[in-house]
Design a protein around this ligand. Structure first.
Ligand code: GTP
Ligand code: SPV
Ligand code: MN
Length: 606
């Protein structure tokens, strides 16, 4: 469709202004069709950016290799440009919105020369449902268009819902690499240098401006930018929750069903938990979402969650038929792979895929690579943040309710992170406020999901939202406290803390994780039903020794360690929260959380 055919006056004007600023060679409005998807993939193959994969092994799939400066989110180039600095809070980067727009307008000037501008109408959430939000992304990247087709609901049907005057979140995106006459990408991933990349959010005007990166959350603007950073602001104003959470459906051997959401920081196990195959006989887990949950109170007073996305942008390394067969089946066709390695028969390979590299590979940098198991320092063939983009409806475990606009009623919230020590396998909060306290102090080892952070160091990532909260984190904590006050205590989800990542002194996993996590989910399920035995400890309710059967390979001593309270470690944890974490939020820190901090400290000391 042509821009001139747009029926929404405001939208047409906005697009025309963008064309005048960015001066693409041509512009078109996306219709979301399969033909359009194929055309986009065709263009990227033609420009040497995509490699078609073997149609007999991975039908309809392609591989991209990005630039080393463009392999993950860039947190130090991500901005919350609220009118007042105070509103962005201590954990976000801030630039005055007028100044930022001035800088970025300069960058946007002529930025699409030699390229086509694509106008992508997309819906986060089922098209037309009351809870859904519409965005319009303007981009010069066919890679982004193809990814948006999988990750969101794109096309004419969205424009129909928008009508002539509906509201939408306007999103600018450019890779920041205009082309000279006759210049082509020629296999070189287009992007701007790091210090020219900007991932900007204007919370008051609900706008997103992204420049210079073509990768993941920096460029697929429906995901982290709209569905979390902008949506978290809407949720605060309108009394709901926009969270970095997976949503799963769990059925016990009696056929009883519950829904659970879980917030773990990036690359800390959400996709894997959402697709888990229980090792516990008779239990079943199905997937509703793997990264984002929007939750609102239903008429019955319970919190209902929807997954606003339509696909999975998942971490490839570590994904195997053993660890996550449902993901492997989901991505067996119609999948976009980015920064994994390529085999000679045009198949994909990555570290942790479950078998050795089959001979000669091309690594994510485009170089020939042979596996050398004697070389412990060998650079990986796939980038640690290599990802797949696969359609949710290809997931064998997808729950039948996954697109229900009414959402699913949530019984439990899980919080967790990568913690080699101190934090037990599972721990139930004593109350809503205690649960919010636990969410507010989440710590995790940093992973490869952000480019500019030191991997392996532990940082506080409250509610796994540190990089995704569109406003002051202290106000965000208060919002969670307020939700608890609004809800009926009997109907609010119970809150749990989990940790699949405990290690022994010698650095081995103490808990096997993956499907064995079902043992923990079963206890959580039972606790939500008012059964399931627990001991009251200073840090919360922990399973009694017989409440969780250890999986093979886990001795009863190991399980004891996983389920004990490390008083010394917790005292250090709490001291760190008091000295280093909570002071950041100043007088925005809810008094309820201070009270919880004092109470847990007192319990640990008694
Ligand atoms: P984002 O997409 O970045 O938000 O990540 P995520 O939270 O969905 O993490 P994901 O499930 O993709 O897992 C990230 C990495 O952690 C992968 O390499 C997994 O293999 C690994 N992982 C996931 N679950 C477990 C677990 O229970 N135990 C262990 N040891 N590793 C796990
Ligand atoms: C994350 O980093 O939490 C992701 C990947 O889910 S990205 O979409 O790039 O943010
Ligand atoms: Mn994520």
């Amino acid at each position: 469709m042509k821009v001139s055919e747009l029926k929404h006056g405001g939208l047409k004007k906005w697009v025309e202004e963008a064309i005048a600023l960015m001066t693409p060679d041509s512009a078109e409005v996306c219709d979301g069709s399969r033909e359009e998807y194929d055309a986009m993939i065709g263009l990227t193959i033609e420009s040497g950016l995509a490699t078609p994969l073997n149609p007999d092994i991975l039908p309809g799939s392609v591989l991209f290799r990005s630039d080393p400066s463009d392999v993950a989110r860039v947190e130090n180039r991500t901005y919350i440009a609220s009118n007042n600095k105070e509103d962005a809070g201590p954990t976000n980067n801030w630039i005055d919105p007028a100044e930022l727009k001035k800088i970025m307008t300069e960058l946007y000037k002529g930025c699409m020369k030699g390229r086509t501008m694509y106008v992508i109408p997309f819906s986060m959430g089922p098209v037309g449902s009351e809870i859904a939000k519409i965005g319009i992304e303007i981009t010069d990247s066919p890679y982004v268009v193809a990814n948006m087709h999988i990750m969101t609901r794109v096309g004419s049907k969205v424009l129909d819902v928008l009508g002539t005057d509906g509201s939408y979140v306007p999103c600018f995106h450019s890779v920041g690499k205009p082309l000279a006459p006759r210049e082509k990408d020629n296999g070189v991933w287009p992007c701007a240098p790091l210090d020219k990349k900007y991932i900007s959010h204007f919370p008051e005007t609900r706008e997103i401006w992204s420049y210079g990166s073509g990768y993941g959350g920096n460029a697929l603007l429906g995901k982290k930018c709209l569905a979390l950073r902008i949506a978290s602001v809407l949720a605060r104003d309108e009394g709901w929750l926009a969270e970095h959470m997976l949503i799963l459906k769990i059925t016990n051997p009696k056929g009883e069903v519950k829904y659970i959401t879980g917030a773990f920081p990036s690359a800390c196990g959400k996709t894997n938990l959402a697709m888990l195959i229980p090792t516990l006989p008779g239990w079943k887990v199905e997937t509703v979402g793997d990264d984002i949950a929007w939750m609102k109170f239903g008429k019955d007073g319970r919190l209902y969650a929807i997954n606003p996305e339509a696909g999975f942008f998942g971490v490839a390394p570590g994904t195997s038929l053993e660890s996550n067969p449902n993901a492997m089946k989901t991505i067996s066709k119609n999948t976009i792979y980015t920064n994994v390695a390529l085999t000679e028969d045009k198949n994909v390979w990555w570290e942790g895929i479950g078998y050795d590299a089959p001979g000669k590979l091309i690594d994510w940098n485009g170089n020939v690579w042979y596996q050398d198991k004697n070389n412990k320092g060998q650079k990986p063939a796939a980038h640690p943040n290599a990802r797949f983009t696969g359609p949710a409806n290809q997931c064998p475990a997808i729950a039948k309710e996954w697109e229900d606009p009414a959402g699913v009623p949530i019984s439990a919230f899980l919080f967790g992170g990568r913690r080699p020590r101190t934090i037990p396998l599972v721990n139930q909060a004593k109350s809503w406020a205690h649960g919010v306290f636990m969410g507010s102090i989440v710590g995790s080892e940093v992973t490869a999901a952000a480019l500019d952070l030191k991997e392996g160091t532990i940082r506080r990532d409250p509610f796994a939202m540190l990089p995704f909260c569109g406003y002051h984190m202290g106000d965000y904590f208060q919002h969670w406290i307020n939700i608890g006050k609004k809800g009926d205590p009997d109907k609010l989800p119970k809150i749990f803390f989990v940790n699949w990542f405990r290690k022994t002194e010698s650095g081995k996993w103490l808990w096997p994780g993956y499907g064995e996590n079902s043992r923990v989910l079963a206890w959580i399920f039972d606790r939500c039903s008012g059964v399931g035995s627990a001991v009251d400890t200073p840090i919360g309710y922990l399973p009694t020794e017989d409440a969780i059967t250890p999986p093979s390979g886990v001795s009863s001593e190991d399980l004891k360690e996983l389920l004990s309270v490390d008083i010394k470690g917790w005292k250090a944890e709490i001291a760190d929260v008091r000295q280093n974490h909570y002071p950041k939020f100043g007088d925005k820190l809810p008094k309820e959380l201070f009270a919880e901090l004092n109470a847990i400290e007192k319990r640990l000391n008694s």
